[in-house]
Design a binder for this molecule. Structure first.
Ligand SMILES: [Ca+2]
Ligand SMILES: [Ca+2]
Length: 135
């Protein structure tokens, strides 16, 4: 009978330990999910003609929706051109989903402070704070 009680107790402890284990997993977003999310969000928001890629006009519309950021960037003439040149890797004049994911990947690496490949909410908040301070 003693063995049975011990077994029940052990099972009860294991059952309690499971949710605790789940909580110790890093509550963050891995790189691939971040890239897919970002690229999807940008296409959903900016791809006006729904051809699955962003033309320069569609991309510029985003910059114009953020007047503060556009003003700050306007101080450095030609920055938009250089940014576009970096993003449009195959120079076809459009940003494909792959190119948007590459952009998201670079952003992810800047935000992932401890470099563990997972973006936690704390790292997101820190990055958001930095972005605000930069404006
Ligand atoms: Ca488009
Ligand atoms: Ca391209």
């Amino acid at each position: 009978m003693k063995t049975f009680t011990t077994l029940v107790a052990a099972t009860a402890i294991a059952a309690c330990a499971l949710p605790a284990l789940a909580q110790t997993k890093p509550a963050g977003q891995p790189l691939a999910a971040f890239q897919a999310d970002r690229a999807g969000q940008m296409l959903a928001k900016l791809d006006a003609n729904k051809d699955g890629k962003l033309s320069k006009t569609e991309f510029e519309a985003m910059r114009q929706k953020k007047p503060d950021a556009a003003k700050a960037q306007g101080a450095k003439a030609g920055r938009g051109e250089r940014l576009w040149g970096r993003l449009d890797a195959d120079k076809d004049g459009f940003l494909s989903r792959t190119e948007l994911q590459a952009m998201a990947g670079k952003r992810f690496k800047r935000m992932d402070a401890d470099g563990d490949g997972v973006l936690t909410s704390a790292e997101r908040q820190a990055a958001a704070g930095k972005a605000k301070a930069a404006m």
